[in-house]
Design a protein around this ligand. Sequence first.
Ligand code: PMP
Length: 326
Amino acid sequence: MTTHERPLDSVLETIGRTPLVRIQNAPDGVRIYAKLESFNPGASVKDRIGRYMLERMLERGELSAGGTVIEPTAGNTGIGLAIAAQQLGLDAIFVVPERFSVEKQQLMAALDAEIVNTPTDAGMGGAIDRAHELAEELDDAVVPQQFSNPLNTEAHYATTAPEIYDALDGEVGAIVAGCGTAGTLMGVARYALEQEASTHVGAVEPEGSLYGEFVGESRTEGEYKIEGIGTHDPNTNELFDPDLVDAVYSISDRDAHAELTRLAREEGHLVASSAGAASVAANRVAERIANGDLDVPAATVVTIFPDSSERYLSKGVYRSFEEWTG
Ligand code: PMP
């Protein structure tokens, strides 16, 4: 399941079928598993949607061979789309707010994509607007728009979720994942709830993000260092469906950083801040199960580690908390 044992014809075929690995630090009687998405060729969970969205859009005639894909992205989606675009004969342009990691932008350029930066102050909303402006200026250009495209969610419903259920023979009690676009969590949650309606679905966001408000929890808007998850801007949370979510776990930069550091030192996982946050939240859910607070179909929590820390070394991910956030 988690390996590709036969020779493959293209890098696109290496996407998915990532390993699901048990987390050693878990409360007694509860198992936690993390799906390691850095095993994808572009080293993140977003390779899945890159391939899935472009293949479906080509099939439907929304894009044609030789066309251009333009996407506002923090980077991982750009890398995933760049790989797929290149292999499917499309050009790619990415609109990236300046605050995002330099490594990701270099990788997108290496994959032959063009990068357009927008001011950090304009947020992801500014990048989305710029992407649409560019699409109007070019012939045969399409903005897949990961933030509102149901194909984003569908990619995870079709690939990530069945991989998890196959690996665990359906023994899943809770799904816990960070929400950026929320595509990963929504796709996996929809599949999980079809298998077993009492599965606990936990969304993960940084402290300062506002997803919690959608499920009736109070939140204070603020800045955070955790990269790839959270929402401030109404344009970036259209895929989030509160009806599928039982709780939104709000994780501090400090806790996420302590956990990503621990995961490297103790468990050999070189993962970044959104995985650190997901791991903290998975542990909270596991504690709730251990204490009998949650009625779940199995004492097994599954989370997603979206990418690798190597992509954030220049941002001091393994320095002290003060240096990382400073
Ligand atoms: N972690 C990282 C590092 C990411 O780049 C993303 C995507 N923005 C996520 C988590 C969240 O994934 P999703 O957009 O599917 O919610």
